[in-house]
Design a protein around this ligand. Structure first.
Ligand code: MG
Length: 250
């Protein structure tokens, strides 16, 4: 069942999302060669708690940290560690907050120093695919229209959509209905209604769309070791244009 949120609930999510957005903006200055993913996690957790919020990911399903830090071929769910970032890496940071029981969830992929042209293009196309999907985040469209638009943009650019993970409704739980695949047929699926809040999150690989999970039972990597990127926002469906809660000011 897709839960329609009240104005009050959306306001709480807006507050939660503002902190997530600020943190993701902050990462542009923090992510550089030499920093470890555990250090990034520590900074993010401190920042979330400074605002009187809770890190949405810590302890979620047993996940041990406040961010998923997914480097290079890691698609999602990378566990922060003492691994230090190196020039030319890319890293996806996925994080979220809980404010008065309501969640926000967002992700970006960042270049570490100077990266390859292919990495730059992957990051750009992944972000663009979110905004292609967003065009259909309006009353009158169906979820399949969103999914299809994302897939089309990714594949037109020669990359592969990860199919093992999907976006999701979000509210007083991090993962609610509906599931939001980043692939699918236009004109199918639930109709979008004002008050739905969706975490839309394309995950895109340079090579194969297939993945495997490492022995830590979390880290998902592309099966062929090719680079992977992630871009996610928490979005409210309104009577007019969609509102992206986690976008930030820049
Ligand atoms: Mg999510």
């Amino acid at each position: 069942m897709i839960i329609i949120k009240s104005h009050h609930e959306i306001q709480l999510m807006r507050e939660a999302a503002k902190v997530t957005a600020e943190i993701l903006e902050m990462m542009n200055d923090i992510i550089k060669p030499g920093i470890s993913t555990a250090e990034i996690d520590h900074i993010v957790e401190k920042e979330i708690r400074k605002h009187g919020m809770l890190p949405a990911f810590k302890g979620y399903g047993g996940f041990p940290a406040s961010v998923c830090a997914s480097v290079n071929e890691t698609i999602v769910h990378g566990i922060p560690s003492d691994r230090r970032l190196e020039e030319g890496d890319i890293i996806s940071i996925d994080t979220g907050t809980i404010y008065k029981g309501f969640y926000s969830d967002a992700a970006r992929t960042y270049p570490v120093g100077e990266v390859s042209e292919e990495a730059k293009r992957l990051i750009r196309v992944t972000k663009e695919s979110f905004f292609e999907g967003l065009k259909y985040c309006k009353v009158g469209y169906r979820l399949g229209d969103v999914s299809h638009a994302i897939q089309k943009h990714v594949e037109t650019n020669g990359f592969a959509v990860v199919k093992d993970f999907v976006g999701h409704g979000i509210g007083s739980n991090m993962h609610e209905d509906p599931q939001i695949p980043n692939y699918g047929k236009a004109g199918r699926g639930p109709r979008l209604e004002a008050g739905m809040v969706l975490a839309i999150e394309p995950m895109v690989n340079v090579g194969t769309d297939k993945m495997r999970i490492l022995d830590d039972e979390w880290t998902a990597v592309s099966l062929d070791g090719s680079l992977s990127a992630h871009y996610e926002n928490t979005v409210v469906i309104t009577e007019g244009e969609p509102e992206i809660l986690t976008l930030g000011s820049k």
